[in-house]
Design a protein around this ligand. Structure first.
Ligand code: NDP
Length: 314
C-alpha cells in the first residue's frame, strides 16, 4: 500500500490546490452526495483524545477514514497536535490503496475550509486579519486566508507574547505583509475585518461585543461538545453558518452553550457553507452584518484532499 508522508503532502497539497478541493467537497456534503458518520471521540485522559472519522465521497467514489490522536500539549514538545493516518479505499473493488499522514492533511484542509468560508462570507474589501492562537493552525490560517483576500495587516494574539512575536516575524517574512502582535484579545479583535480563533482554549477568550460591524469570524479551535473559544454574544450577534448542521447541533460547543442559555434555537443556524456555495442560501446580506462560520472539520475534506494526492500524478 502506498504511503504519502508529511513532506509530500506539504509540497503537493498547496492552498491553491486544496481550497477548490475543499470548496467542491463542502458543496457535495451539503447536497447529500457524500456520506459520513458523526465522528467518534474516545477521551483517553485530560487533553488527550482518540478520534475515528469514517466517510465516503459518494456512493461510487473513494471512501475511508481518518484515525488520529489529538494531544493538547504536543506543541510544547515540538509535535503536531493531530497525529494519525487517513486510510483511503478505492471505489471499484473496495481495496485499501493508500495511507496518508493525517496531521499534515488536517493542518492544511482545515485552513482551506476557513478560506472557503471567508471567501463566501467576508466583505470583499476585508484587509485586516486577526488570528487568536499561535500554533500550527495559526500558521496555516494565515497562509490560506491570504489566498482569498488582499490582506494588508495580520494581527496575532497568543497567551504567550513570545510565541505571538515569533509567529508575527515568520509570517511577515513569508507573506510580506505588515504583522502586529496584540497585547489582549480585545485589542486584537476590535479593528479586525476577519477573525480566526484557532486555540485549544476551553473557556471563552473573546467577547462578541468586540466585533465591529461587517466583521467575519471563523470559529475553529473547538471541534467537539465541551471546550469553547468565544462567548454567547459572538454566536447570537452573527449571521451564523456552519460546515455541518447536524454536526454543530450535536457537537458545536459554542452553539450549544448559547442554546443551553436559552438565547437561540436550532434555527439560528442560517445554513451550511456548502449551501451558500451552491447558491441555495444567501451568505452576507449587508456590509455591516457580522458573519460567523463554525468549523468542526469533516472527513470528506480529508478524503477529497487525499484522493487528489493519490489519484493525480504531479
Ligand atoms: P497547537 O497545539 O499547535 O496550538 C494550540 C494553540 O492554542 C497554541 O497557540 C496555544 O498556546 C493555544 N492555547 C492553548 N490553550 C489556550 C488557552 N487556554 N487560551 C488561549 N490559548 C490557548 O494546535 P493546532 O494549531 O493544531 O490546533 C488549534 C486548535 O484547533 C486545537 O484545539 C485543535 O483541536 C483545533 N482543530 C480544529 C480543527 C477543525 O477542523 N475545526 C482541525 C484541526 C485542529 P501556547 O502556545 O501558549 O501553548
Amino acid at each position: 500500500m502506498r504511503y504519502i508522508d508529511r513532506d509530500e503532502i506539504a509540497r503537493r497539497l498547496t492552498y491553491d490546490r486544496c481550497i477548490p478541493i475543499v470548496r467542491e467537497a463542502m458543496i457535495a456534503f451539503s447536497t447529500g452526495e457524500t456520506r459520513q458518520l458523526l465522528r467518534s471521540i474516545l477521551p483517553l485522559s485530560e487533553g488527550r483524545l482518540f478520534g475515528v472519522m469514517p466517510g465516503a465521497l459518494g456512493a461510487h467514489k473513494a471512501f475511508g477514514a481518518k484515525i488520529l490522536s489529538v494531544f493538547k500539549d504536543n506543541a510544547a514538545k515540538g509535535k503536531q497536535s493531530h497525529q494519525g493516518v487517513v486510510l483511503l479505499f478505492e471505489p471499484d473493488g473496495g481495496e485499501p490503496v493508500c495511507l496518508l499522514h493525517a496531521g499534515e492533511i488536517t493542518a492544511i484542509r482545515t485552513a482551506a475550509a476557513s478560506a472557503v468560508a471567508t471567501d463566501a462570507l467576508a466583505r470583499k474589501d476585508a484587509k485586516r486579519l486577526t488570528i487568536l492562537g499561535t500554533g500550527e493552525q495559526a500558521i496555516t490560517h494565515a497562509r490560506a486566508i491570504s489566498k482569498v483576500r488582499k490582506l494588508e495587516t495580520l494581527v496575532f494574539w497568543g497567551r504567550s507574547a513570545e510565541h505571538a512575536q515569533r509567529l508575527a516575524n515568520k509570517m511577515h517574512d513569508e507573506l510580506g505583509v505588515e504583522t502586529v502582535v496584540a497585547p489582549t484579545t480585545r485589542v486584537a479583535v476590535v479593528d479586525a475585518d476577519i477573525v480566526c480563533t484557532v486555540t485549544s482554549a476551553v473557556e471563552s477568550i473573546m467577547e462578541g461585543k468586540w466585533l465591529r460591524p461587517g466583521a467575519h469570524i471563523n470559529i475553529v479551535g473547538s471541534s467537539y461538545a465541551g471546550p469553547v473559544e468565544v462567548d454567547n454574544d459572538t454566536v447570537t450577534r452573527a449571521r451564523f453558518f456552519v460546515d455541518s448542521r447536524e454536526g454543530v447541533i450535536a457537537q458545536g460547543a459554542e452553539f450549544l452553550n448559547a442554546k443551553k442559555a436559552g438565547l437561540i434555537a436550532d434555527n439560528h443556524i442560517v445554513g451550511e457553507i456548502g449551501e451558500v456555495l451552491a447558491g441555495k442560501i444567501e451568505g452576507r446580506r449587508a456590509a455591516d452584518e457580522i458573519t460567523a462560520y463554525k468549523s468542526l472539520g469533516h472527513i470528506v475534506q480529508d478524503l477529497a484532499s487525499a484522493w487528489a494526492l493519490y489519484a493525480q500524478n504531479d
